[in-house]
Design a protein around this ligand. Sequence first.
Ligand SMILES: [Zn+2]
Length: 271
Amino acid sequence: MRPPMPLPGSKRRVGIQRALAWVGLALMALCFVWVQMLPMSHSVLGDRNTARKDGRVTLVVIDPGHGGQDSGAIRDGVLEKDLTLDVARRLDQSLRAKGLRTMRTRVADEYVSLANRAKAANEQHDCVFVSIHFDEGNRTAATGVNTYYATRQHGKWPLLASWLTFVQPVSNEPENFESQSLAGFVQQALVARTKAVDRGTRSEQFYVIANVNHPAVLVEGGFLTNDDEMRKLRTEDYRQQLAAAISDGVLRYRELARERGSRMGNDEPRA
Ligand SMILES: [Zn+2]
């Protein structure tokens, strides 16, 4: 059977369709590039750079882990989400008493997604981020405090990060100096104040710290699964010591970051 005769002009139509397909593809590629470039022009990236250059810290974003339907670790009626909220409140008071501004990602027993916690921090300027958690171990013997930082922080991708993980750029920097040194000061102060077992600082890509574009740490303030630590965590005095220690560490970091900033010749007045 003879193929049907092409209608006049159909070749041209196919040509136009192909051209449109290519234009569509090009537009998609352009959008992709634009989305990648967008955060670069946004001030949040500038904030990170500012924090690095002059070390100005005027605000501490405090993140009490878990909340609402997410209780975190549970032991004998003690919920991690309640402990984190309590220590966060104490830390908030302690830092404000020292003249720092504070912000908490939650102030009540409510659920806040990790993305929204990171986003709240990324909307702020000149700040550091401290997430508070408590641990549970497979062995009841596990005990002590440790402070995490993320080696790679890609806070300029807070919304994309959750679904576009494959486009997240990997930083060329071998280490994350600011967060690592904040973690060091906090950990040092925690051990000095509480005399808890020093589990050191560790690098871990926890979402909430990896997606914040300010110096960020996550504190594990003790094991609910350890009898001795649990007994201490039940006391207000110990929780106050934990908060005071985190406050000490943040202030120490701020002091040194500030000195570094002045050595780099930044004469701006500091809060
Ligand atoms: Zn936790």
